[in-house]
Ligand binder design. Structure first.
Ligand SMILES: Cc1cc2nc3c(=O)[nH]c(=O)nc-3n(C[C@H](O)[C@H](O)[C@H](O)COP(=O)(O)O)c2cc1C
Length: 76
């Protein structure tokens, strides 16, 4: 049996650049869940008073790829 890939955890916080209404947040979550599931990533995304806190867990390459995209997202 193959050894399981080591699990990495990434936690960051950021400030939203646009006001995130319920509909926008629901869209973001839907997109994130779809992608994260297919990349074997799990996590948590909190939003309150214009700030995000996200925890992401999974294999390193998938995590780095996603973080590179999240970092350039104009919504924060
Ligand atoms: C606060 C925040 C958290 C995000 N979290 C995720 C996430 O967990 N998974 C994901 O696929 N996209 C997430 N996104 C969206 C990505 O930044 C990006 O739009 C998405 O991965 C699609 O990238 P692409 O257009 O380069 O394919 C998040 C965006 C923001 C603003």
């Amino acid at each position: 049996m193959l050894a399981p890939l080591p699990l990495y955890r990434l936690v960051y916080r950021s400030k939203s650049s646009v006001e995130m209404h319920e509909k926008a947040l629901a869209g973001l979550l839907r997109q994130a869940r779809l992608h994260n599931q297919s990349a074997n990533l799990t996590g948590l995304l909190l939003y309150a008073q214009g700030r995000f806190l996200q925890v992401l867990e999974g294999p390193e390459p998938a995590l780095s790829d996603l973080y590179a995209r999240i970092k350039t997202d104009p919504r924060h």
